[in-house]
Write a new protein. Structure first.
Length: 150
């Protein structure tokens, strides 16, 4: 069940606009990157684009916390991915550069096995989600999940 969709942007240190104009993925990969562990969503998103091109990023640092990533981009160490809202806020407040024309779509979703539809833990999780995301939306998706798996 999809809860929401958002985009990831490539962010770069302030003043990098000239380095990023009309940039293709091959060029972007050659610039310094702050990377994340292979288990992270950031890693998977970017590798899904670069791997088919046979391109490997120039890695200058690896972090596993979003705030550390932002600190390194602000300090001029290299580029990284950031969720759209964070990228826009960092651009407006601190002058970070957003690579023009590149967005990596992502969805926040929840899944469960069909045979677990009667599991109390699933019901508890869905009740919590209903409080945050709205009762009609969650119950409608839950019903659809149950109808599909029956």
């Amino acid at each position: 069940m999809e809860l929401t969709r958002f985009d990831y942007y490539i962010i770069a240190p302030p003043g990098w606009e000239h380095r990023l104009e009309n940039a293709e993925w091959v060029h972007l990969a050659q610039l310094p990157w702050i990377v994340t562990p292979t288990t992270s969503v950031h890693h998977r998103l970017i590798e899904n684009v670069l791997e088919p091109l046979g391109v490997v990023r120039h890695r200058v640092a690896q972090v596993d916390q979003e705030m550390s990533m932002l600190d390194l981009v602000r300090a001029g160490v290299g580029m990284s991915l950031a969720r759209d809202a964070i990228a826009i806020q960092e651009h407006q407040e601190r002058g970070l550069t957003i690579v023009p024309g590149i967005r990596l779509p992502c969805a926040l979703s929840i899944m469960w096995r069909g045979e677990q539809r009667d599991d109390p833990a699933i019901d508890t999780a869905l009740n919590s989600l209903a409080q945050v995301w709205g009762q009609p939306f969650i119950r409608k998706a839950f019903k659809a999940q149950n109808d599909d798996s029956a």
